[in-house]
Every structure is written in structure tokens, then in C-alpha cells.
Design a protein around this ligand. Structure first.
Ligand SMILES: [Zn+2]
Length: 324
């Protein structure tokens, strides 16, 4: 299997939100990629400019950091559908995408949809978010640093400019070369630009001590949040029903939490959030994770805090009612 480390540069509406095309806020203008084999040996590079069609001027911020001008794009670029087709063909058959951060695959697919390029990428679309893996190995797992910061921390020679898709892809590939993929390679990410189209297709990704679940889409947010599968209390390890210690409850930030107990696997904490796709479908992203007393206590405290918050809100509401 090959690693396709890729990076995109994109432009956005130069005159702000009003002139933005909502189905494609970010128009890809460059694709850069490095192909590595399973031993992390470089097998080739891909680099191409794209002629923009949605936004014909560079946004001020983009032109400040990007080492390319509109003239370059018109002179050296090719249409998106052509470049994208070449890129996907260059990727080959057996590969996994690697990107710095979680945005590139979504933006690639948004641009594909805009240009009516058929989306034959696998479902679920698994990839490595190297920014996340870098954090897991070298930081606390939650921090997200810039590519340049990672390059500096790893003492990798900085011999070219950043913010060009080809050079950033090369730098990202160098970071990949420094990651212990034997340890962290199990922590792949899943792109949710396309969500499961049916119950049968729903994603259950097992990462050992936790499971990530992506539901199918629902017309309404409330239906997604109330769905029996989303709220399932089955242990993700043994698939037996768990005891509900704390039923799913929502917080202010619209995240749901729950606490469960499996006879065999012990305490399991749950968290889910309802998100929305580009075509307004609502789907849940849920994590069930093995935990201990300390982790359970955090969920209990969260519930207490949420109840206090609601009580305070009710009081305020009734006080306001009396004042009227
Ligand atoms: Zn179990």
C-alpha cells in the first residue's frame, strides 16, 4: 500500500461572503502530492495548477501567503476536472491519503461535486490526518500545530517556502517519515463529506479502547438525536447491552454525554454530536470509550453542571415573566 501525501491550495471569494458560491466556498487552485511506498520511500510527485472559474481574483489574504499569481494560474493551469482526473489516476489502486489537518479531502470532494467529477472514492473514506498523528506522538494528542511548527520541532531542514501545495506536500511527507506508524498507524480518520446512505452502511470504526460511529443521515436534527441506534447502549466490544448509569443528556453546546457499564468490559463513556452535511442531512458522530472511575466522575460532574445551568436558566426565565 502506498501513502499519498497531498496538499491543496485554494482561493476564496475576493469580495467576501456576499459573492461566495455556497456550494464551493474554497476553490482549489493547486494540487501537490508525494507518493511513498510502505517503507516510506518516495515513488513520485504530483504537482499541478488549476485555472479558476468561480473566483477570478485572488482573495487578499490568499495572495499574501501564496507564492503564485492569477497570471501563473491562467498561464500554467489546466481545468479542475482534468487535473483531478490525472491526480486520482496517479494515486493508483492501493493507497491511503495523508493530509495535514482534516479539511483537504472534504474540499477536494466539494470541488469535484462543483465540477461534476464523479466521486468514486471509497466509502468510508479513511485517511491519515498527520497533524493529529503528530500531536499524538509529539504533543498531547489534542493540540494542533502548523506544518511549519512541526518541521521546526523535528529539526527538518527548511529549504523551500511554505504555502505552495507541492512544497507543503513534501514537508508533510517528511513529517510522515518521522512518525512511528507502527504505533500510531491504527489511528486513521474518516472523512464525512459523504455519510452512510443507509443503516446497513453506517460506519463503526474500532480503535481498540474506543469506537467511532457515524450514523446515516436524517432530515431533522431532533430525529438524529433521538434515534435508537445513535443512542444505543450496546457495548462496542462484546455487543451486549450495557447498564445505563447516566442516560444520554445534552449540554449547552449540543453535545450529548452518557455513561454505561458493561458486565465484561466495565465503564464506558459516550459522547455524540449531530452534524450537518452540505445537502442539509443531519448525522451523528458518536464515540464510545472504555473509561475508569475518574472518567466516569467527569461525566457525572458534567451532568450536575448541566442541571444547575438549566435551573438558573428557568429561574431567569420565570423572573423575566413576572417582570412583564
Ligand atoms: Zn462489553
Amino acid at each position: 500500500m502506498n501513502y499519498i501525501v497531498f496538499d491543496l491550495e485554494w482561493n476564496q471569494s475576493p469580495s467576501g461572503k456576499a459573492a461566495e458560491q455556497s456550494i464551493m466556498p474554497f476553490e482549489i487552485i493547486q494540487i501537490g502530492a508525494v507518493k511513498l511506498d510502505e517503507n516510506f520511500e518516495e515513488q513520485g510527485e504530483f504537482s499541478a495548477y488549476i485555472i479558476p472559474v468561480a473566483y477570478r481574483k485572488l482573495h487578499r489574504k490568499v495572495s499574501e501567503i501564496l507564492g503564485v499569481t492569477m497570471d501563473d494560474l491562467y498561464e500554467q493551469g489546466r481545468p479542475f476536472s482534468e487535473v483531478c482526473g490525472d491526480f486520482l489516476e496517479w494515486c493508483g489502486e492501493d493507497y491511503i491519503f495523508c493530509t495535514w489537518g482534516s479539511m483537504d479531502l472534504t474540499e477536494l470532494q466539494r470541488n469535484m461535486a462543483y465540477h461534476n467529477v464523479e466521486n468514486n472514492l471509497p466509502k468510508p473514506l479513511l485517511y491519515y490526518d498527520l497533524q493529529k498523528l503528530y500531536s499524538l506522538e509529539y504533543q498531547d494528542g489534542k493540540a494542533r500545530s502548523t506544518l511549519q511548527h512541526a518541521i521546526e520541532e523535528l529539526n527538518i531542514v527548511q529549504d523551500e517556502d511554505y504555502h505552495m501545495a507541492d512544497s507543503d506536500a513534501r514537508y508533510t511527507a517528511k513529517v510522515l517519515g518521522r512518525l512511528s506508524m507502527d504505533r500510531f498507524g491504527k489511528f486513521y480518520s474518516v472523512d464525512t463529506y459523504r455519510i452512510p446512505s443507509s443503516r446497513k452502511e453506517e460506519y463503526h470504526l474500532d480503535f481498540g479502547n474506543y469506537e467511532k460511529y457515524i450514523s446515516k443521515g436524517f432530515a431533522k436534527r431532533e430525529t438524529a438525536a433521538a434515534d435508537r441506534e445513535v443512542r444505543s447502549c450496546m457495548c462496542f466490544k462484546c455487543h451486549k447491552p450495557m447498564k445505563r448509569l447516566i442516560k444520554w443528556f445534552a449540554t449547552n453546546s449540543k453535545t450529548y454525554y452518557g455513561l454505561f457499564m458493561c458486565e465484561e468490559h466495565g465503564l464506558v463513556k459516550g459522547r455524540f454530536k449531530v452534524k450537518q452535511t452540505d445537502d442539509d442531512k443531519n448525522y451523528a458522530v458518536r464515540i464510545l470509550k472504555l473509561t475508569d472511575e475518574e472518567g466516569a466522575e467527569k461525566i457525572r460532574l458534567r451532568q450536575v453542571k448541566e442541571r444547575e445551568h438549566r435551573r438558573a436558566a428557568r429561574k431567569k426565565h420565570s423572573a423575566a415573566g413576572k417582570a412583564e
